[in-house]
Structures are given as C-alpha cells and as structure tokens.
Design a protein around this ligand. Sequence first.
Ligand code: HEC
Length: 382
Amino acid sequence: MQLANAALAALLVVSPATAHQALAQGLTPTDRSPYQTMPGVDLYAAACANCHGIDGTGAPPSALAFEEEVPDFTDCSFASREPDADWVAVAHEGGPVRGFSGMMPAFGGILGPEPLERVMAYVRTLCGDARWPRGELNVPRAMFTEKAYPEDELVYTIETPLEGDASALLSEIVYEKRFGPRSQIEVVVPFGVRQRGVGAADPDAWVGGLGDVVLGLKHTVLHSLASGTIVSVGGEVKLPTGKTDDGFGGGTTVLETFAAVGKLLPSDGFLQAQAVFEAPTGAGHPNEVVARGVIGKTFTSGGPWGRAWSPMLETIAARDLVDGEAWSWDLAPQIQVSLNTRQHVLANVAVLLPVTDAGARDARLFIYVLWDWFDGGFFEGW
Ligand code: HEC
C-alpha cells in the first residue's frame, strides 16, 4: 500500500499526463481497496499533497511540472465560498468539469465518492476560521429578493413591460464586493429608455437616462452550515439621481434597512426571504414596507456534474405605511441557469405578474446575467 501511494504520488508530480493515463486505465480493485478505509489526512498526503502542498498552500512552482497556479486551501476567503459539491466534482472528474486546467487530475476512478468526501473533510480543516460563511449557503440569486450571502459579483438586468401602451427597456448594473469574512458593499446603477406614454404631449417619443443610484452595505449576523441557515442585515441609500420628469427615479433620497434570510431545504431546495423598511426623506412620500420571499430547487442536466437549473417562485408584497392602504402582491415565476462550465456566469429569466390591482401595474419581463467575478474572468471556464 505504501508502495502504491508513493508510486501514484510520484507519477502525479512527475507527469500529470501519465497520472491521467494510469487513473483512466483504472487501477485494479486490489490497488484501490486501501483507499476505501484510509483517513482523509493520509489520502490527502498520498494523492493531493504533491501538487497542493502538505500544508494546503500549494507546492512551490519549482516542484511542479506545469505552469498552472495551484489554489491555496488555507485561504479562507477562497476556500469557504466553494461548496463541497463543486470541489468533489473537480476532484472526481478532474479540473475540466468546472472549466479548470486538466493538470488537476480526475480521482473518481481510483478513489470513488466516499474516500473523496473524506479528503474534502480534511481539506476543510485547512481553513480554521469559522467566521467565513460556507459556500453551500450561497443559494441561487432570485430576481428581486436580496441574498443573505455576501457576494463578489456583477449583475446586469434588463426589464421591459409585456403589456400597456408605452414601451421601455430599462437596465440595471449591480456591483457587489465582499470585505472581511461577512460584509459586502453594493452599488446599483439603473438606466434605460422609455416612451413618454399616455398623458404626455408626445406619448410615442422616447426618452433615456439614469435612474436612482443606490449604495448599500450588508453584513452576515448568523450562519450555520449544520442548520443550513444564514441571516444578514443591511442598509441602503437611494439617491435621487434619476430625472423624474422623464419617469426615471423617485425624486427623493430614500433610506432603507432590511433583514435577509437564506435556508437550505432537502434535495437541493432552498428558501429565501427579505423584509424591507423604506423611509423616503422628501415630504409627501410615505414610508413603505416590502416583504419578498422565494422558494426554489436546483437540478442538473447532463449528469450530476452538469448544467445547473434552478426554477424559483418568488412573491413580493408591498404596502405604503398610510392608514387604509392595502398590500399589493406580485408573483414572479423564474428560472436561473448556469451558462458556462465553471458555473460562475448565470442567467435568470423572470416574469413579474401583478396579483392585486392588476390594472394599475403591467406584467413585466426581467432577465439578468450574473458574473461571479471572484471565480475567474467572464470568458474563463466556458
Ligand atoms: C498533478 C497535480 C495535482 C494533484 C495531484 C491534485 N491537484 Fe487539485 N489542482 C491542481 C491544479 C493545477 C489546480 C488548479 C487548476 C486551475 O486553476 O485551472 C487544482 C485545483 C483543485 C481544485 C479546484 C479549486 C477551485 O478553484 O475551486 C480542487 C478542489 C482540487 N484541486 C482538489 C484536489 C484534491 C482533493 C486532490 C487529491 C485527491 C488534488 N486536487 C490533487 C493540481 C493537482
């Protein structure tokens, strides 16, 4: 057994291509059996440490027969955000399954799922700082409900009415950046074009411009992988940068506070909820409360490591804090899908349907493209 490990390890460091061959040919069951009971730490030392370093920080480039950079498993900022499922996929199938280099070999044939899970459990101990919320709690981003998980991402959303007299094409760029284990800042820049619409002197004329820019801060107050729960609080300032005469923006600074919850459900299901209190500072603008909630589930196509599809059903309830005001309700069925192999570029298509007061609000189509820029360039990993 010692010999088999040493041979495998030597093979891997000298030539990943040769190792691939050996792994692809599959070692005989007698070669494989020792790995079925070996503790994770020993498996790591035998199969991973040559490239990833015995301490997990990555072997020095001089010891590696390839150019690719090896990730640092002790870096919590990197390691904590990768869910086990993605890491097991890479270790089982090899780097290319998530758009990484083929220098990361496939171990599924020789180790199998259970030994790989033991290796992963060991790799998890290399980041010893429990303040960082685990990537499993980073459930798919709904169209409207703010996530509890702090993110590094860029989201571009377009929106257009599906009924009504005036056409419009509105966009929004959301930039989110994490800092520290649990915090995140956010900038939202809306802009677009719309027809002036009924009531205007020239209803068919198009106008364009900037909407109300939003600056936000979010902080995770509680997270637990064991219970599958994450809770965050946040605040936002919406600035009156939009030209209200042309229908862009609300015309007053709005202060907002919110709480957001994410909850994992069995079989890759998830729930998210957000409660918002909005306080416009200008006279004549009532305070508003908004409650958003979403339930969804992730499926894969093309095998267990394939494209991820997450159908979701979202509801939005809003009410001005004025005596006698009723709640307005909207429903938003939607589906998010991963666009590339790395799964860090995703799209979501949603239809927003007014449930109450349907005459006053139009059904609208929303589409976003999301790029988790921490996981690599937009064009990497396709
Ligand atoms: C032959 C060298 C080599 C060996 C042996 C090796 N790896 Fe890797 N691994 C790499 C390289 C190189 C990368 C980075 C690939 C890239 O970024 O394109 C990588 C990346 C990874 C990643 C992806 C991290 C991310 O960015 O999400 C995981 C997980 C991983 N390795 C786990 C393992 C485990 C577990 C073992 C042992 C069972 C192992 N590796 C053995 C070379 C190796």
